[in-house]
Design a binder for this molecule. Sequence first.
Ligand SMILES: O=C(O)CCC(=O)C(=O)O
Ligand SMILES: [Fe+2]
Length: 274
Amino acid sequence: MKPASVVALEALLPRLSSETFDADVFRQTGVFVVRNAIAPAVAQAWVSEWKAFHAAIMEKGRDVNRANPVSLNEQLPERLAHMYREPVFANTLKAFMGEHIALYNHRFVIKDALSSNKVFLHQDSCYHAGHSNKCSVFVPVSLVNKDNGGLTFHVGSHRLGVLGDAGEIDPASFDVQWPTVTPELAPGDFVIMDSRLWHESGPNVSGVDRIMADMIIQPADDPTGQELLCGEWQTDVFYSPKTITRHFVSSRILKIVKYEKELAQLKAELSASR
Ligand SMILES: O=C(O)CCC(=O)C(=O)O
Ligand SMILES: [Fe+2]
């Protein structure tokens, strides 16, 4: 039998996409699509800037990220590198994050001809340092739909919290089944997603590039904050998640790096001896 909380969640689905952000709906669903919220001139400037930048990096030969092909490696041009400063984002998040808000990370996640594959079902929190009340703001810089690899969200799955391991989640292994949504997006819209929420995306089969910014935003009391977006810092101690392995004597990441080096060495020796 479906838990009453999931039945209630299904009834909320029509309300998770609106021109007006509803913090109560977001708390329950873990995802919200804010429609037509960015000024058209701003959204269009980002689209043009992206097109020029993409043409330039494709010309040079883009360096595809081996660990996560959709995560863009190249340094973004000024205007795209600071999209998160557009006041609409922090102003919207205030409704559930409070007055003091900071940036954790800003990057682009893209599906073009060089990174068109699916992304398996996962939650992001297990890859983050600091507090777990972060959220991603996905900002489309192209049309986004199921055919070009738009994100599918497992609505309400953030309620299970951080699962304690990192990798591909098997949704059928749980007693509870969450409803899913794959919103179509256009420049001007944005999506707010709790970092604990499960999400995945299919392959880009239409060939229309799917381009999104993924800005991770958090309350300003988190010592992993990168830049203040509004209010005041609520912490005077900081550390960087970008160099996290230096704070460990031994760890899972350090072990993986060591094993990968050893494996590459063994493979090289094996092929040399043939
Ligand atoms: O770009 C996508 O489709 C998903 C990317 C993602 O969820 C991630 O890198 O954490
Ligand atoms: Fe993710």
